[in-house]
Design a protein around this ligand. Structure first.
Ligand code: IMP
Ligand code: MG
Length: 169
């Protein structure tokens, strides 16, 4: 296992993103949605660095990968529990890779839950594999086409607890 992004670098970048979002939201009530499971650590680190008393949180879960390959078919396996209709939403995701997951999620949330707006916050961006035409609002790091684990991300459900991003050989 080789370290690809160090814990200190992650901390620094997460604070920068959190402060940008903090400025953007001011005192407005917003809902942060974590796409389980990969985004949980990024999600909680972002949240605890935003100074606001008007943040609600919720969870949704999707499934697309087995091992290192996406099936290309995204299933929603757990839905939101809050009523987010008419609310401003920040959707938090671990990796923006082919983009199929985010694209499916955004369309689903828009159609079914009718928020007033959806912004996207992703920890890693792998632009080389993109298959959809979609822009995200906040990105932690842009990376090469490598399979990474840690900081929430897994290989067959393992390594999510690592506090850094690593390459698996
Ligand atoms: P997309 O639908 O291809 O954009 O893929 C997004 C999902 O694939 C993410 O939510 C991750 O769970 C998973 N994924 C993509 N690349 C990696 C990786 O390098 N390591 C671990 N999971 C990955
Ligand atoms: Mg995964």
């Amino acid at each position: 296992m080789k370290i690809y992004i160090k814990e200190e670098e992650i901390k620094k970048r997460v604070i920068e993103i959190a402060k940008d979002i903090e400025k953007e939201i001011g005192n407005k009530e917003v809902v942060f949605i974590s796409n389980l499971k990969g985004s949980i650590i990024f999600f909680s680190d972002i949240l605890r660095n935003i100074n606001s008393e008007n943040i609600l949180i919720d969870f949704i879960a999707t499934e697309s990968y087995t091992g290192k390959e996406s099936s290309g078919e995204i299933k929603i396996i757990k839905d939101l529990s809050l009523d987010i209709s008419g609310k401003d939403v920040y959707l938090v995701e671990d990796i923006f890779d082919t983009g199929l997951t985010l694209n499916t999620l955004i369309n689903y949330i828009r159609e079914v839950h009718k928020p007033s707006s959806i912004k996207t916050v992703v920890f890693l961006d792998k632009p080389s594999r993109r298959r959809v035409n979609l822009e995200v609002d906040y990105v932690g790091f842009v990376i090469e086409d490598k399979f990474v684990v840690g900081y929430g991300m897994d290989y067959n459900e393992k390594y999510r607890n690592l506090p850094y991003i690593a390459l698996i050989d």
